[in-house]
Design a protein. Structure first.
Length: 157
């Protein structure tokens, strides 16, 4: 049993690292977009006049506001992921759980999509996602129905 926990902890560490990488890449991309918009805003200021100038500037500001909200959300996700004790042993499904089911394997942490570790697929999902909410509180051996599929929780950590 101890060897199984060590193997699962190694997988959880690798998945956590992949989630961090995912967030960092997204954050870098958004920051680059903000930088590009600032350049566009400056160029718009230099070369436009009248209503066209105001419309262009307003559109750029709206896009920057949207990017700022996305950046803020990513920073919150990073903080939550950093705070999460990924190696904590969990007896029931909750935030930070690695859940093995007959329909797939899930890390409940952030919505980051599919990752491969040693040719095994894992899905990093948000604790607020519908499937995570369906799993919440379940223990190994329990079943749940989600989107007309029966999920059996085979093990978790």
């Amino acid at each position: 049993m101890e060897t199984k926990n060590m193997a699962q902890n190694k997988i959880k560490e690798q998945l956590s690292e992949k989630c961090h990488d995912y967030l960092n890449i997204r954050l870098d991309r958004l920051l680059a977009e903000v930088k590009g918009l600032k350049v566009s805003s400056f160029e718009e200021t230099k070369s436009s006049a009248g209503d066209k100038f105001e419309t262009g500037r307003a559109m750029i500001q709206q896009e920057m506001d949207k990017l700022d909200r996305q950046i803020s959300e990513l920073k919150n996700q990073k903080a939550n992921l950093d705070y999460l004790d990924i190696l904590e042993i969990r007896d029931s499904v909750q935030n930070g759980s690695l859940v093995y089911t007959n329909q797939g394997n899930f890390l409940i942490a952030i919505a980051a999509g599919k990752f491969e570790i040693d040719d095994v697929s894992f899905y990093a999902i948000s604790p607020e996602s519908p499937i995570a909410m369906s799993m919440k509180g379940k223990v190994a051996g329990e079943t749940l129905k989600f989107l007309n599929k029966d999920y059996v929780i085979e093990s978790l950590s």
